[in-house]
Design a protein around this ligand. Sequence first.
Ligand code: HEC
Ligand code: HEC
Length: 480
Amino acid sequence: MATNPVDGQVGAAGSTSALLYSPVLPKSQISPNATGTLGILNVNGPTVAASNPFFQSLGTNGRSCATCHQPENAMSISAFSVQLRYLLSGGKDPLFAAFDGANCPDAVSSTALPFAIGDPSNPHSLLLNRALIRIGLPWPPKGVTPEFTIAGVYDPTRCELSPTYGIFSAQPTVSVYRRSLMAGNLKFVTTVGPGAAAPGQILPLDSNGQPESGNIMYDGREPTLQSQAADAIMGHAQAAALPSAAVIQQIVDFENGIYVAQNFDAQALSLTDLGATGGPSALAAATAGLTAAPNTFSEYAGWATLPWYDLQAVQRESVARGEAIFNSRTFIVSNVAGINDLIGTNSLSATCTLCHANTSDGNDVHPQAEINEGTTGGAFALPANDLPTFKLVCSAGKTTPFDGSTVIVRDPGKALITGKCADIGKVKSAQLRGLAARAPYFHDGSAATLQDVVNFYNKRFQINFTAQEQADLINFLRTL
Ligand code: HEC
Ligand code: HEC
């Protein structure tokens, strides 16, 4: 047994810490969720969890990669499954390790009674309610003189001002709280597509001599999946030393072989019926890195006109309309740092595919594509008063492209890595697959449902979706 040094929690060494899957991940599996089933394709499978390092405890707190990247949750975690694990384990699942599975490591006391899930004083409230993991980043960023100061903080977790873990501690740290990104469909994250780099743009090369995507992690801070895995082992799993490069490569090979996508919908039924190409097999066969704009998705084009005998036609036509809205409904994109400033117009007629361009997957195909579309602060961010908020003030002569030189954000995003005012609030547009299996949404879990996501966009870009269009878009997103 391994004991968590911080709060005395106990997890079995070698445990997968997952209560929701079997000891073997077969080559192909389906898993139920609120609106259908997720298809999980393990192209190199079947995988015996006990003998694959992705599922093994490689550190000191009993956690494995699968603790936060569950096949059933589209290689992420959902708030629902987090709550289930809290109840089933009495809060002892290694997921809840105080280091980053609590609002702050010092919020957890080994003598405190177990808290109810809905209790706002539950030290794991952000993980339970929003499936958020604490990411502690050094302040100032390593090797960088930042262009801004942290001039104020709203600190409901009491971690930013903690004498041991906060901004003024011996190891000054800013804690941001983020959703675990999908550790699957990763060719879409790491492939920089032909034409995706701006003309003349030279991308840094990784250790294998391949161009870096610059899009691994919300703030793009990891150059390769290998460095990402190593940092996860030292960080999330609190290891004392790294395993061999061969073990890290085994982890990367495993996650590179996993494809996840919804393959059955409660109302549209089979997502591969009558010409539709949903589900993980078509995704695994698709070429990553294509910007075939305007059609990021064409999985449900075949459902636009269905044969007379199809009993699911009403729902399927709605899915097809939702896909068409995603691909072609135009609206004006303005005040997005990382887009409008770079292209030199602050009034750009665009569709959802502008930022969700990677064909079949919907993430951003462009390298170093972190942007600030306003999910983390400003007039349109969805409310989340349980999250910390920072007031950042740029030094003389420095400013953000659209938000002035004093900015209030829940997550400084890429600016915590680069120290640049222009990068404040920038995060990547993540994959859109497996959404039904991994609510809530956005980097900080501020959108509890897909309706919340659509509400955000409707206001942010003044789209004026009708009720029918919103329903169609949601019916489509939940089939991805
Ligand atoms: C305690 C939870 C936790 C554990 C354990 C964990 N991760 Fe993660 N993972 C996260 C979070 C949170 C993020 C996003 C962090 C960010 O963007 O700052 C992430 C991001 C990633 C990404 C980036 C995906 C993308 O689209 O950029 C990969 C890949 C990944 N993790 C793989 C792993 C591997 C491999 C392991 C085991 C060695 C692991 N993770 C262990 C929580 C976890
Ligand atoms: C200006 C660029 C841009 C446009 C246009 C855009 N998105 Fe996004 N989208 C993003 C970014 C960036 C994120 C990540 C935001 C975050 O995590 O806070 C995101 C996140 C999302 C997510 C949540 C993904 C997750 O894993 O949490 C969904 C769903 C989504 N967008 C759907 C849409 C739809 C539907 C449209 C069109 C109505 C759209 N987006 C238009 C940039 C954009």
